[in-house]
Design a protein around this ligand. Structure first.
Ligand SMILES: [Zn+2]
Length: 295
């Protein structure tokens, strides 16, 4: 049995998968924000509850914001900033009394979709989470590509490429820079650019509301440029979008029409696809961290 945990900024979700990848149990609690010790306890509580319910002991994989620094073993790059500088892996292993595998949440998402989701059969899959932040992860031949700095795929804090005059220097980002891709492509980024809540923006655009349509058009143009810069470096077979904004159906048709202009190629065969497992990919990928070699 494998338990996967998705440690998000607002909720922590856990799923137990059996050897046939069937879901045997699922739990969810709010994230204790700004509370590191509380976060450890919340994760331990989910694991304990699932194991008690199923009456067995499981392996534990955790998808986290940011990453474990290979150099120090401490968390870094988390937009849930109270995790940064903390030995989350060590503390979880001590609390749970077993080895625990951690990986970036976008990496877990990409792994889940590459294994048996929207990227099935593709050699190189780039997974993008468009939510509170903008994360990316790469899976090559069914394995997460981590890299010596554990930042492979983390393109959300690259600058928005080929910026127009009114996109430069761009909004301030929590990372300390300005104009990061995340400040444009995240949910809060879209809402700020739109000048108000963007929850029902797709419906309003479909009804012909010009401001909503214009905001989405700007969003699509920016995504096309941001993804073109990824295609130019790693040339993935498939790009899978996840997170709340992945439900914007028009992205899958419009963005590939726009990105050709920025990709250095005579034609672009990369596919942009919605997720097959949606929100469930985070926990599924985390559970699978115990399948095959350590990531
Ligand atoms: Zn940034």
């Amino acid at each position: 049995m494998r338990i996967g945990i998705d440690l998000g900024g607002t909720k922590i979700e856990a799923v137990a998968l059996d050897d046939d990848n069937r879901e045997r149990g699922r739990r969810r609690v709010p994230t204790p924000r700004d509370d590191y010790a509380g976060t450890i306890e919340a994760i331990a509580g989910l694991v304990t509850d699932l194991e008690r319910e199923l009456d067995l002991e499981a392996s534990v994989g955790v998808g986290t914001p940011g990453a474990v620094s290979p150099a120090t073993g401490l968390m870094k790059n988390c937009n849930s900033v109270w995790l940064n500088g903390r030995p989350l892996a060590t503390d979880l292993e001590r609390r749970l009394g077993r080895p625990v595998r951690l990986a970036n949440d976008a990496n877990c998402f990409a792994l889940s979709e590459a294994r048996d989701g929207a990227g099935t059969g593709a050699r190189v899959v780039f997974g993008v989470i468009l939510g509170t932040g903008t994360g990316g992860g790469l899976v090559v031949d069914g394995r997460i590509l981590t890299g010596p700095n554990a930042i492979a795929g983390e393109w959300g804090h690259n600058p928005l490429p080929w910026p127009r005059d009114d996109e430069w220097p761009g909004p301030a980002c929590y990372c300390g820079r300005t104009g990061c891709i995340e400040t444009f492509l995240s949910g809060p980024g879209l809402a700020r650019d739109h000048g108000g809540p963007a929850d029902d923006i797709a419906a309003r655009a479909a009804r012909g509301e010009p401001a909503a349509d214009a905001s989405l058009a700007r969003y699509e143009a920016r995504m096309a440029r941001a993804l073109a810069s990824v295609i130019n470096v790693v040339d993935p077979d498939v790009i899978v979008l996840g997170g709340g904004l992945s439900s914007l159906a028009r992205l899958y048709e419009r963005v590939p029409r726009l990105w050709s202009r920025w990709v250095f190629s005579d034609r672009v065969d990369t596919r942009l696809v919605p997720p097959a497992h949606g929100d469930a990919s985070g926990v599924r990928g985390a559970a699978w961290l115990w399948e095959g070699p350590s990531c």
